[in-house]
Design a binder for this molecule. Structure first.
Ligand code: HEM
Length: 581
């Protein structure tokens, strides 16, 4: 059905070869950087070995992220004989000065440097515009433009941060992460749970080691089953959302500027429907009362996200004294917790009353977890909070950006509409798998606007990256958004071109590189556990919306905001025009 542009494939294949050369050079031992550029690659990568796992849908294939790349493993096994010491990695002097100053203050940790980095971005004017805030996650590019592909930010006590963006460098970090990778994030949430609430664990996003593995394992089956198990509920919530769009439009068919909140309500309803197996009424056609349970959760989620952003992206003073942002975080997380605890108690009572429980098939996600001996009730609570704060917000932003990209690419919107109309009237989890253009649109939108634009890891082992020896324990930030916008990996990188994801559009080798250049759901054992659920929710709601409306956006370009969770930086006053039958 869909034909592919092999022209772009040829050019990407050429780029892929160049990048292969750079893998080889990175992992080799050379004393001179100058001669390295001229050397031929040590290893010719086998395109078959590097072919990504592919998901076949008739004659169309949309490539999936490979769990690990054999080609990259081969490269990693070539141990370097010589490398440049960590201290040689270039980085900004202004941050070095700041770190010296702050090292006199008895606080901080590695995350301080991350916090300072974002703080300094806001103060960019004091640093000759070098660090000026670009309005979105692309600000890292300024560091790479000045210091090259590997940048070191100096931490006060040696807890330095290394910035990376190239896929070949990211892949080396992932190869070194082992079976229990460590992701450093959200110290404020960590403190709220472990110190303020005195819980035993910090939640699936923040946990590490064997405790994380246990939680991860417990979540695996219920999350894998949830797209089929809860399809009908998500389907009906999405129908309600379409009705809500219809009812909140003005005479010009535009929805209010606060439309993102409407998407969030749809998403919270879907997320809690999976968690609790009940609808709470977020997408009520008559609107939401502030005092209702869904109203309080919505306010709590919006408030908590804003408070976490303030805590994480400033100096971490809240670690030592209460600040307004910290108090707000506590207040909003407590609110969500108090509402949700009621539902968890009901689930516990319900389980006690259920006699002869033969199958877990019909249980909600939290019932599934409550039945497991080694999962505490407080773990279930933190999981739900993580799902609402991080999962639901990431899904909301993905829907918002996909609507925007389709609105500004009418040709693609039209092709997708045709694919939707070629499906049976009632969509199912199975028929949705047979919608390759929809899948390609989702992939392309998340490439251009990933909801989580920066991945991070604490290095589990020493690694040689770009011939620098980076020690175990270093905090590494990977600006995945930047890689996905580079021409070496994606021709016409800034354009929305879903067709680029079809099998055969590029060589398998180039496709493998693209997969490491665009990682919206992360990579490896710590990658997103709810990817299939999130993709189903997004695909279903977009299909329903496009079936009913033509979507337009008339207010220019929407960039991503500068945040851990990248949100659309402008109001989403889309125009939804009824399709003429
Ligand atoms: C489009 C929506 C979503 C995106 C783009 C997304 C993306 C991500 C990313 C980038 C990570 C970190 C990966 C890494 O460090 O390698 C992650 C982790 C995770 N996500 Fe998602 N996510 C989405 C929706 C959801 C939803 C709806 C849920 C829950 C219902 C969820 C549950 C999780 C969990 C539990 C983890 C932690 C996995 C672990 O560390 O064991 N995500 N997600």
């Amino acid at each position: 059905m869909w034909k592919l542009s092999l022209k772009s494939g040829a050019s990407l294949a050429k780029n892929a070869k160049l990048i292969c050369a750079s893998y080889a050079v990175d992992s080799r031992t050379t004393s001179s950087t100058a001669t390295a550029e001229k050397e031929t690659p040590l290893i010719e990568l086998d395109p078959i070995a590097t072919s990504p796992v592919a998901q076949s849908t008739d004659n169309l294939v949309v490539s999936k992220m490979p769990r690990s790349s054999k080609a990259l493993e081969v490269v990693a096994s070539k141990a370097p004989e010589r490398s440049s010491p960590f201290g040689n990695i270039p980085g900004p002097h202004s941050l070095r000065l700041i770190s010296l100053f702050w090292s006199h203050v008895p606080l901080l940790s590695t995350e301080f440097t991350g916090g300072a980095l974002f703080q300094v971005m806001n103060l960019g004017k004091f640093f000759g515009n070098l660090l000026s805030w670009g309005g979105n996650a692309k600000f890292f590019q300024k560091f790479f433009d000045v210091y090259g592909p590997v940048v070191r930010l100096h931490g006060p006590f040696g807890g330095d941060v290394v910035l990376l963006s190239r896929p070949e460098h990211a892949s080396l970090v992932f190869q070194n992460e082992g079976t229990q990778p460590v992701r450093a994030c959200l110290d404020s949430v960590d403190k709220y749970r472990l110190q303020h609430r005195r819980l035993s664990h910090a939640g699936p996003f923040l946990m590490t080691g064997p405790e994380w593995e246990k939680m991860h394992h417990s979540l695996e089956k219920p999350l894998r089953m949830s797209p089929t198990q809860h399809f009908a509920t998500i389907d009906s919530i999405s129908d309600q959302f379409v009705e809500r769009i219809s009812s909140i439009r003005n005479l010009q068919d535009e929805v209010p500027k606060s439309f993102k909140n409407e998407i969030l309500k749809w998403c919270l309803e879907c997320t809690l429907a999976v968690a609790l197996k009940r609808k709470l009424g977020f997408v009520d056609p008559t609107g939401l009362s502030h005092t209702s349970d869904p109203g309080r959760i919505l306010e709590g989620v919006n408030g908590a996200i804003e408070a976490i952003r303030k805590c994480e992206y400033g100096f971490h003073v809240w670690k030592f004294m209460s600040t307004p942002a910290w108090s707000s975080l506590v207040k909003h997380c407590d609110t969500i917790d108090s509402v949700l605890s009621k539902y968890v108690e009901r689930a516990q009572t319900g389980l006690r009353e259920k006699k002869d429980l033969k199958s877990t098939q019909d249980l909600s996600l939290i019932e599934n977890l409550l039945l497991q001996d080694d999962i505490l009730v407080e773990d279930v609570m933190t999981l739900m909070l993580d799902m609402l704060l991080i999962g639901a917000n990431a899904t909301t932003h993905s829907v918002a950006f996909l609507l925007y990209h389709l609105a500004t690419a009418p040709r693609c919107q039209n092709l997708l509409y045709k694919e939707i109309m070629s499906q049976p009237n009632e969509l199912t989890a199975e028929t949705m798998k047979n919608m390759p253009y929809l899948q390609a649109c989702m992939k392309e939108s998340m490439r251009l606007s990933p909801p989580i634009p920066i991945l991070n890891r604490i290095l589990a082992k020493d690694a040689v990256i770009h011939r620098y020896l980076i020690p175990k324990g270093t905090y590494v930030l990977i600006a995945v958004h930047l890689a996905s916008l580079r021409e070496e990996y994606f021709e016409d990188a800034k354009k929305f071109k879903p067709e680029r994801w079809f099998a055969g559009a590029v060589t398998p080798l180039a496709q493998n590189l693209q997969n490491f250049a665009s990682m919206p759901f992360g990579h490896g054992p710590k990658s997103c556990q709810a990817r299939e659920l999130a993709e189903l929710q997004i695909g279903l709601v977009i299909s329903k919306v496009l079936k009913r409306f033509v979507v337009e956006y008339n207010y220019g370009t929407i960039e991503s905001s500068n945040a851990l969770l990248a949100a659309p930086a402008k109001p989403l006053n889309f125009r939804f025009v009824d399709r003429v039958a």
